[in-house]
Design a binder for this molecule. Structure first.
Ligand SMILES: O=P(O)(O)O[C@H]1O[C@H](CO)[C@@H](O)[C@H]1O
Length: 317
């Protein structure tokens, strides 16, 4: 019997058709996939030799509905390195099924992407954080996941894909091709979701660029949104170990890791989460977009320098 979520699911063949369509339109073969958070779409504008597609023109693609998310998939090069960039992402609160908002990660994989770099705007829960800080995400709390809303819920495509050249197992007499399920295994590990080498590289690059004063490392917590958090909720999330709160990224990270891509993610702290009943502050999307504009240059520099380093260091490529 079909359940409701089956109607929102994309099969391997659906994703392959979308990836094939894109690959037929551009000669760019990206190894790096970038996702721009709210108000951070300027990152995509930094790409050279652009070939861009509106989401509405891409077969099977969802549409962006949130202000600050342009809704374009941009191929191009960042300091000579081939990239694909989502200028606008999808969120649960837009009404999309979780399988739909994460489908672009599988498209990235089928385009040949090996490293995904995600950005988001987030509210700062950590009392030491200031508006404008950039937090390297080292781990996450997946609140919708606790309630069973995980992008990998539902059937896992267990059909095997053989990797003839890559990862083949050398035996005494013959080379046995390594096999894997279509996108990934039923029970993927998440304790290594955020690549530690890339986190260290980002700290190093941040220090070289003179960003150490506003560069942080912390835990991101995802909620469903779109309402911002109550004071009691912010206090609870902080006690649970979250440094920043938002409404995105984690679902994409889970799907990207499931299909074996390396993940690096950043939060721009666009506002301080309200933790005090005496506070006059109120979270709002305009402030989020405004802070994005103010930190756009540094965020773009950090990401583009990181991408360059991926190119020059085989350990990271
Ligand atoms: O996570 P991104 O897409 O950056 O957007 C963040 O900004 C919006 C709230 O202002 C929410 O969608 C939140 O998740």
């Amino acid at each position: 019997m079909l359940c409701l979520t089956d109607y929102f699911r994309y099969s391997f063949e659906d994703c392959q058709a979308t990836a094939d369509w894109l690959l037929a339109q551009t000669a760019v073969r990206p190894l790096v996939g970038i996702v721009c958070g709210s108000g951070l779409g300027g990152l995509a504008d930094a790409l050279k030799d652009q070939v861009a597609f509106n989401y509405k023109d891409i077969p099977n693609f969802p549409q962006s509905t949130v202000h600050g998310h342009a809704g374009r998939l941009v191929f191009g090069t960042l300091k000579g390195r081939a990239c694909v960039c989502m200028q606008g992402r999808f969120h649960l609160y837009e009404g999309y099924a979780i399988q739909k908002i994460t489908m672009p990660m599988r498209i990235f994989k089928l385009l040949g992407v090996e490293t995904v770099m995600l950005t988001n705007a987030a509210g700062g829960l950590n009392q030491d954080y200031k508006v404008g800080d950039i937090m390297i995400i080292k781990d996450h709390l997946n609140m919708p996941g606790f309630a069973g809303n995980n992008p990998l819920a539902g059937p896992n495509d267990e059909r095997q894909v053989l990797h003839k050249e890559k990862n083949s197992i050398k035996c005494e007499h013959e080379e046995i091709p390594h096999s894997d399920s279509r996108f990934g295994v039923r029970f993927p590990c998440m304790s290594d979701a955020y690549d530690r080498e890339l986190q260290q590289l980002a700290l190093d690059v941040g220090s070289e660029l003179g960003y150490s004063d506003f560069l942080r490392e912390g835990v991101y917590c995802v909620l469903g949104g779109p309402s911002f958090e109550t004071i009691a909720e912010c206090r609870m999330l902080h006690k649970l170990g979250a440094d920043a709160v938002g409404m995105s990224t984690v679902h994409e990270v889970i799907v990207a890791r499931h299909c074996g891509m390396r993940v690096f993610a950043l939060s721009l702290i666009t506002n301080k989460a309200v933790m005090d009943y005496d506070s006059e502050e109120k979270a709002n999307h305009e402030e989020v977009l405004q802070t994005g504009k103010q930190r756009a240059v540094q965020l773009e520099r950090l990401v583009s320098t990181l991408v360059t380093r991926l190119e020059h260091n085989n350990n990271y490529a």
